[in-house]
Design a protein around this ligand. Structure first.
Ligand SMILES: [Zn+2]
Length: 131
């Protein structure tokens, strides 16, 4: 069954990066530190993450989001940042009416993904120039 996607929601996995076993079940996609994108669930599946919008959302996370001292924050590597950006571009082509949001725009207390998504999208310039 096709879903009507209204939101593409950006998260962190809220884990300390070198941790080996991580739980990715809350996301459709996870971007690893080396830029590899893992598909965890198909887009058609509804994932339990943010109850009020789950039925209309695709959830994507970058692996990390927690530093050595255990605090939440932006831990993205440059390749991870670029892979996340490119995946968001691809998803917004696939779902043209969807809005890209940060988890914290729905639940401010979540402190997830650890950076302001809209500002980042507005200002980010990928390293690889498309000729
Ligand atoms: Zn989140």
């Amino acid at each position: 069954m096709k879903r009507h996607i209204k939101y593409i929601i950006v998260h962190s996995t809220a884990t300390f990066e070198p941790k080996v076993s991580q739980f990715y079940g809350l996301f459709h996609y996870v971007v690893e530190r080396n830029g590899e994108i893992k598909r965890i669930h198909h887009d058609v599946q509804i994932i339990k993450n943010i109850e009020t919008v789950d039925s209309d959302s695709v959830h994507i996370a970058y692996a990390g989001g927690r530093n050595k001292t255990g605090n939440l924050g932006d831990t993205r590597t440059p390749v991870q940042e670029e892979a996340l950006f490119n995946k968001l571009v691809a998803l917004s082509v696939k779902y043209p009416s969807a809005r890209i949001m940060g988890h914290d725009e729905f639940e401010a207390s979540a402190n997830c993904p650890g950076f302001p998504v809209k500002e980042w999208l507005k200002n980010y310039e990928p390293e690889i120039a498309l000729a």
